[in-house]
Design a protein around this ligand. Structure first.
Ligand SMILES: Nc1ncnc2c1ncn2[C@@H]1O[C@H](COP(=O)(O)OP(=O)(O)O)[C@@H](O)[C@H]1O
Ligand SMILES: [Mg+2]
Length: 363
């Protein structure tokens, strides 16, 4: 019956009748909601789109590329597991509807699906909503939260499962480049630090916050030396990251350990047209003082070095000067010694100089 319901076949003539809604597969927009206008020969149907977010007119579709709109399937849900049936068409319908209503987060049981909104200005996801999640404490476990889906919810569940069960928890963040993984990890970390001190005294909260600030300060540093502009993401992490977040017996955030792995080393030497090498090179060339550049024997122009030269050296969404300052401040906050910072940038300068070496064949 399920097969009949979803894949057509003998049941098509009853499943898809004129004047009834259906889901149909569109070559560009994937699954959309439509209305069966006409039943055509050879198991084909003329469909008009009911999708309000695209300009699709009428289209002829084969039964194989259609799915029925069963009772209740269009009803709003926060958790896709509550749908009357699970099929690409219905899943994508809901995710699409929610995205265009600025509901970028959707639960699938314990999994959180996030679609990148490219803005932090959505009112119901602003930081002032975080206390609502924190206040729920251990009562919000196992999907019982009354809050709307958010990365905070995932962090909350992990934190309270750890507290109540006394067991380690893992959060796996996965998605294609530019999907929002790096940002999601930052959101989760900030929540864990805040949540862990929600019942602590002001003095303890201040102490934990200082640790959280240092953990947060790892981001600009790691991103300067491990992130780059690619065609898909202006701040693409070119390495994987395993992070352990530690708590004491009281559940207070005590620190984090980060293991980066599989850095794309070849990018130091070469990058595709329209992309850049690692941010740090552009940051130091545009952000360092003239005195520093002179000491490193560097010119300010990224086009002067084969590592940094290319079609794209300035990116609209990236402020290399401000980021250079942020990295130096983060290094200070992490307790790096002035000499160590200098050494790091001298290594970068050496790479820039090495890229200028000319190899001449011996006669
Ligand atoms: N939750 C979010 N809210 C707002 N903007 C986001 C969010 N997640 C990602 N972005 C935007 O998308 C860009 C790419 O996200 P990023 O986390 O770097 O992707 P990934 O790590 O998956 O490659 C970020 O620089 C940011 O501008
Ligand atoms: Mg990333």
């Amino acid at each position: 019956m399920f097969k009949n319901l979803l894949q057509g076949g003998a049941g098509d003539q009853q499943t898809f009748v004129e004047g009834k809604e259906c889901f149909f597969k569109h070559p560009e927009h994937c699954w959309l909601l439509g209305l069966v206008e006409k039943v055509l020969p050879k198991n084909q149907f003329e469909i008009s789109s009911l999708d309000e977010y695209s300009k699709v007119g009428r289209i002829t579709v084969k039964a194989d590329d259609m799915a029925p709109v069963v009772a209740g399937i269009k009803e709003e849900v926060r958790d896709l597991l509550h749908l009357p049936y699970l099929h690409d068409s219905a899943l994508l319908y809901h995710v699409r509807q929610r995205y265009f209503r600025n509901q970028i987060y959707t639960n699938i049981g314990p999994i959180l699906l996030a679609l990148n909104p490219y803005t932090y200005e959505i009112p119901h996801y602003k930081n002032d909503r975080m206390p609502g999640y924190i206040r729920e404490g251990s009562s919000a476990l196992y999907g019982k939260s009354s809050q709307i889906p958010h990365s905070w919810g995932t962090a909350h569940e992990a934190y309270w499962l750890m507290r109540t069960k006394g067991q380690n928890q893992s959060i796996l963040v996965s998605g294609e480049s530019g999907a929002g993984k790096t940002e999601a990890v930052k959101i989760v970390l900030r929540y864990l630090a805040t949540c862990s001190t929600s019942q602590a005294s002001a003095a303890i909260r201040e102490k934990v916050q200082a640790i959280a600030d240092r953990v947060e300060a790892t981001s600009p540093i790691l991103e300067a030396f491990g992130n780059a502009c690619t065609l898909l993401n202006d701040n693409s992490s070119r390495f994987g990251k395993f992070m352990t977040v530690e708590f004491d017996a009281m559940g207070l955030f005590t620190g984090a350990e980060i293991t980066p792995y599989l850095l794309e080393k070849s990018r130091v030497v070469q990058h595709a047209p329209g992309e850049r090498t690692y941010h740090s090179f552009y940051q130091m060339l545009s952000g360092a003082s003239q005195e520093d550049l002179d000491r490193w024997h560097l010119q300010r122009d990224p086009q002067a070095y084969s590592v940094t030269k290319g079609k794209v050296v300035v990116v609209e969404t990236v402020d290399d000067v401000a980021d250079y300052r942020a990295v130096r401040e983060a290094m200070n906050l992490m307790g790096m010694m002035e000499e160590d910072e200098e050494t790091v940038y001298r290594v970068c300068a050496a790479i820039l100089h090495l890229s200028q070496l000319q190899f001449i064949e011996r006669a």
